[in-house]
Design a protein around this ligand. Structure first.
Ligand code: FAD
Ligand code: SIN
Length: 532
């Protein structure tokens, strides 16, 4: 069968990773960018704090490397960290050339970048556009992309599964050949054939009940890669951001760490700054430490939230530096210039993912992965704040350069259409929503900031039966985006739990009461999962 679409490059996802790759590769051939909702909807679009990059004369690559390694708790790959940190300034310059503008400030009569600070950073090194850095980056990339004649955007198209030679029954030269994609509006499943498929589908925050992530973050890339036989690593390291706004009107609104970078202090419900005795950097300690301290404080006091106090700064400063946060708080009846902001931790970032080389190559020829979906070794057991946009930018650029140099492999002519079997319209959508809610609630209750083996085992057992239920549902009913996401969520939840169960120590973001110490008896290792 001839595929419905054939492109030189198929990019899954329109966040910073996918768009950067598309823009850099388009001179060489036709590019399809496939994205689940509208083109801007991505984690990238919500990024607040900014991009970590050494640009100041008071900062050095060595310091950025050291801070990243320290946050990563012994699991970062130092060569990868150094490479990404050192390539940052060049990639940032390209982003600026493309139209991105970062906030500046006046210093002795001249303008310079206004560098922010976040947890775990020893220097001011975060380039930002006030507190809407992601929206500005996404806008700049999409504007550039719209002008490119070789790039076609497919909005409201959800990738279902990768097509590989092995899945088609060939026993040699396994390779990714394309992807099955649901056109969400028409309900039709289409075939996209390509010799190079790029996974840039972002993270999996939606696997948890409370998250800072938008609804696209359902772990689709990790699930698709795993089903295609590609290894994933370190899925136990889910980063919980310490300060998500606690308000019924804004369940997943982030209060940027940059607020603490400007002197914001975490206080408990009694008004005490509880981080002082916990870490020398107090409220600006690395995220894993702050999130755990908040968790402990909530359990100790029985309170529903803690408070972030930046009332010592002037209203004028807050309105100008944090316009989005300032107005969201006001919308919720909180005047951050006069009162502390109620906050709680929420799932924020997936540090593990599809195993790749530092240039985004996966084990499966023809499949590349980058951005939050990938695990390059940069983040180790805990990502340093604002290193993810940097990683996506650098690795997407490298991948584009690498793929352009590759000799074109032989085209696979015959790709079978999607088999929908006896699929019928689902008459009980309630089952999908119920299962979705159950997964997110059990992940929050049993696989959160502080874990135990017993709770993880309970989660594993329930997820196994949910997996079977979802699988039955999946084959009997017509494909919808919700069903695709539910199938991926349950698999990714299982991968997180299995990884957590196999790590018999506490390290970085993985903290378990059954193994509260870091294992120093042997060199630290990654948790690798690969389907049989
Ligand atoms: P994303 O930007 O998430 O893009 C994923 C894309 O894939 C989306 O277009 C989505 O629709 C698409 N997609 C997903 N599944 C499918 C599918 N099945 N089919 C088709 N398309 C699909 N990091 C920093 O470095 N600095 C920050 O200041 C910062 N602030 C943040 C604030 C918030 C609120 C959040 C949520 C994250 C923040 N992060 C920050 C993390 C950072 O934004 C992300 O890690 C990064 O943007 C990920 O980029 P990406 O391109 O890999 O994925
Ligand atoms: C933030 O602004 O606090 C988010 C930064 C990040 O996740 O890197």
């Amino acid at each position: 069968m001839v595929a419905d679409h054939r492109f030189d490059y198929v990019v899954l996802g329109s966040g910073i990773a996918g768009l950067t790759f598309a823009l850099n590769v388009a001179e060489k051939g036709s590019v399809a960018v496939i994205t689940k909702k509208n083109r801007a909807e991505s984690n990238t679009n919500y990024a607040q704090g900014g991009i970590a990059c050494v640009t100041s004369t008071e900062d050095t690559f060595d310091l950025h490397v050291r801070d990243t390694l320290e946050a990563g708790a012994g699991l970062c790959r130092e060569d990868v960290v150094r490479g990404i940190v050192e390539e940052g300034p060049e990639r940032i310059k390209e982003l600026i050339d493309l139209g991105m503008s970062f906030s500046e400030r006046e210093n002795g009569g001249h303008q310079e970048l206004d560098l922010g600070k976040e947890g775990g950073h020893s220097k001011r090194r975060i380039l930002h556009a006030k507190d809407i850095t992601g929206r500005e980056i996404e806008g700049a990339l999409l504007t550039a992309l719209a002008l490119h004649p070789n790039i076609e955007m497919f909005e409201n198209h959800a990738a279902i599964d990768l097509i590989t030679r092995r899945k088609l029954g060939f026993t040699t030269d396994n390779r990714c050949l394309g992807v099955y994609v649901l056109d969400v509006k028409s309900g039709k499943v289409e075939t996209f054939a390509s010799q190079h498929v790029l996974l840039a589908t972002g993270g999996c925050g939606k696997v948890y009940l409370y998250t800072t992530n938008p609804s696209i973050a359902t772990g689709d890339g990790v699930a698709m890669a795993y089903r295609a036989g590609v290894p994933v690593a370190n899925m136990e390291f889910i980063q919980f951001h310490p300060t998500c706004l606690f308000h019924p009107k804004a369940r997943s609104f982030l209060i940027s760490e940059a607020v603490r970078g400007e002197g914001g202090i975490l206080r408990n419900s009694e008004g005490k700054p509880f981080m002082d005795g916990v870490h020398p950097l107090a409220s600006l300690a690395p995220r894993d430490i702050v999130a755990r301290a908040i968790d402990a404080e909530l359990k100790r006091t029985g309170a529903e939230c803690v408070y972030l106090d930046i009332t010592h700064k002037s209203r004028e400063f807050l309105e100008n530096r944090f316009p989005a946060i300032y107005s969201k708080c006001l919308e919720c009846g909180i005047d951050m210039a006069l009162e502390p902001i109620p906050v709680v931790p929420a799932a924020h970032y997936q540090c593990g993912g599809v195993v790749t080389s530092p240039e985004g190559r996966t084990e499966l020829p023809g499949l590349w992965a980058m951005g939050e979906v990938a695990c390059t070794g940069l983040h180790g057991a805990n990502r340093l704040a604002s290193n993810s946009l940097l990683e996506a930018l650098v690795v997407a650029h490298r991948a584009a350069e690498a793929v352009k140099k590759e000799k074109a492999p032989k085209k696979q002519k015959d790709i079978p259409p999607w088999q929908s079997g006896s699929a019928q319209d689902a008459d009980e959508l309630v089952v999908i929503y119920h299962n979705w809610r159950e997964i997110r609630q059990l992940m929050w209750d049993y696989v959160g900031i502080v874990r135990t083996t017993k709770r993880l085992q309970r989660a594993a057992s329930r997820l196994r039966s949910l997996g079977v239920e979802v699988q039955e549902y999946y084959w009997n009913y017509k494909m919808t985006c919700d069903l695709i996401e539910l199938r991926n969520l349950v698999l990714v939840a299982e991968l997180i739990v299995d990884s957590a169960l196999s790590r018999h120590e506490s390290r970085g973001l993985h903290f378990t009461l059954d193994y509260p110490e870091t294992d120093t008896s042997s060199p630290p290792g990654d948790t690798l999962l690969k389907p049989e």
